[in-house]
Design a protein around this ligand. Structure first.
Ligand SMILES: Nc1ncnc2c1ncn2[C@@H]1O[C@H](COP(=O)(O)OP(=O)(O)OP(=O)(O)O)[C@@H](O)[C@H]1O
Ligand SMILES: [Mg+2]
Length: 425
């Protein structure tokens, strides 16, 4: 097994940016992978797993993850044996196999020659949505025909996408498939996108599709600029933090909103825009704004906040651990997940009566004038007025006929939304 690899970026023209080696069970990077790394910043410390920027290019480590299953099948066919190897070696081989053309602008190759060959090749044509999506859905249901399997495998290795929901990474669109565990989620997520857009926040174009009765949410990739044929560098806040504070940040619910405010100020990023997004997440019942649900991107040679993604109001799916979260990352001393150490209002479903004051406190911490923070909260209360009433139409109507599973707790969710809005007034 090769234990060195090279990392290239196609932006603004293909070139190598780093090398990476496996030495004594750790990944050593020489060069910088991070979007926010200053020109003279040192290489990140060796990591026991893949560095976060590259770990995001392989499918999540869940045997039920459909992208992982597809990549594993292709690797099996190519004679690449993962079984019996340590986890880091498995991830390494998977990265070398599929770590190209993923979200962002980092591509991994065995050698520079391989990279040059790759960038010289024309893009493979992509099958139409109407061919590919039904085949992927049948595969997820365990009902793929041999022709479906061949169509999917013929796409070759596709980079993984982080996150818990099943997905497919197309060249122009990212497709998220509804899982039977979360009926109605994608219709609700699409509604949340609409409200964020109404609030003036940048959202990608989305299309809510129904393929053989399964909802699919397509969002246009903001990490691709098709007109220029360019990949846009993207890095999640989790990756920024895990690189900067490797011993403290080990999962996407480590850290806090105050730490995020610090990072935003450090990089001179728009704090009010970020703050407003967080307030609206809280008002729409999205307690899942963890550090992988906030990303930075490089646009016009400047580091910026990415458009909104994953505004999914997960509090509708209460009754499971860490789903009825006020805020995945603690803020003003409250919230967070139950696993990140006990804090009031973690996964209790309760609403702090002084929520408005706490949000203003976060705003002031981030350098926003208290009156401006209050004004933003009031503006977003107005934008989200009526949202709680529109939820049932999205959640109930999308349940398939004869659905037997656990339905979202629509009434409980609405009661929480009302309580949160009241506590923000
Ligand atoms: N329109 C888009 N363009 C580019 N990248 C995107 C887009 N939407 C999402 N992403 C990327 O894909 C990843 C997964 O998407 P998303 O967060 O929606 O998935 P998820 O499975 O719902 O995640 P979670 O585990 O947080 O619930 C994001 O972390 C982000 O990096
Ligand atoms: Mg996410």
């Amino acid at each position: 097994m090769d234990t060195t690899a090279v990392v290239w970026t196609p932006t603004p023209h293909p070139h190598r940016i780093a090398t990476i080696s496996l030495i004594a069970g750790k990944a050593h990077v020489s060069g910088s992978l991070g979007l926010t790394a200053l020109p003279d910043s040192p290489s990140p410390a060796p990591t026991p797993g893949l560095p976060p920027q590259l770990a995001a290019l392989i499918p999540p480590r869940d045997p039920r993850n459909s992208q992982r299953r597809i990549v594993s099948t292709l690797m099996d066919r190519a004679g690449i044996e993962l079984r019996g190897r340590p986890a880091l070696e498995q991830d390494w081989l998977t990265l070398l196999y599929c770590g190209r053309d993923g979200i962002g602008a980092l591509d991994v190759f065995e050698s520079d020659a391989e990279a040059e060959r790759y960038y010289g090749e024309p893009d493979r044509p992509e099958p139409s949505e109407s061919e590919l999506l039904p085949a992927l859905i049948r595969m997820q249901r365990g009902q793929a025909s041999p022709a479906d399997t061949e169509l999917i495998l013929a796409q070759g290795p596709v980079a993984g996408v982080p996150g818990a929901m099943p997905k497919w990474l197309g060249r122009e669109w990212l497709y998220k498939f509804e899982s039977s565990a979360y009926p109605g989620l994608l219709a609700l997520e699409d509604l949340a996108y609409e409200i964020h857009s109404r609030a003036g926040f940048e959202v990608p174009e989305t299309r809510l599709l129904a393929i053989d009765g399964v909802p699919v949410l397509a969002s246009r990739r903001f990490d691709r600029r098709l007109a220029h044929g360019r990949a846009v560098a993207v890095e999640s806040m989790y990756s920024v933090w895990a690189t900067e504070y490797p011993s403290q940040i080990r999962c996407n619910t480590d850290g806090s909103m105050e730490l995020m405010a610090d990072t935003f100020r450090e990089y001179g990023l728009p704090v009010l825009e970020w703050y407003g997004r967080y307030v609206l997440a809280i008002l729409t019942g999205n307690g899942d704004m963890h550090s992988e649900n906030v990303s930075l991107l490089a646009r016009d040679d400047q580091v910026q906040l990415s458009p909104i993604y994953d505004p999914a109001p997960m509090r509708a799916y209460r009754g499971r651990d860490n789903h009825d979260l006020l805020s995945a990352l603690p803020c003003a001393g409250i919230g967070g997940t139950t696993s990140s150490g006990y804090r009031p209002y973690a996964d209790s479903g309760d609403t702090p009566p002084d929520l408005r004051d706490r949000l203003v406190q976060l705003g002031v911490y981030a350098g926003i004038d208290a009156a401006v923070a209050e004004g933003e909260i009031d503006r977003l209360l107005a934008v989200s007025a009526g949202y709680a009433e529109s939820v049932p139409a999205h959640l109930i109507l999308t349940l398939p006929g004869g659905y037997q599973g656990r339905a979202p707790d629509v009434r409980g969710f609405q009661a929480t939304l009302d309580a949160v809005a009241r506590a923000c007034r």
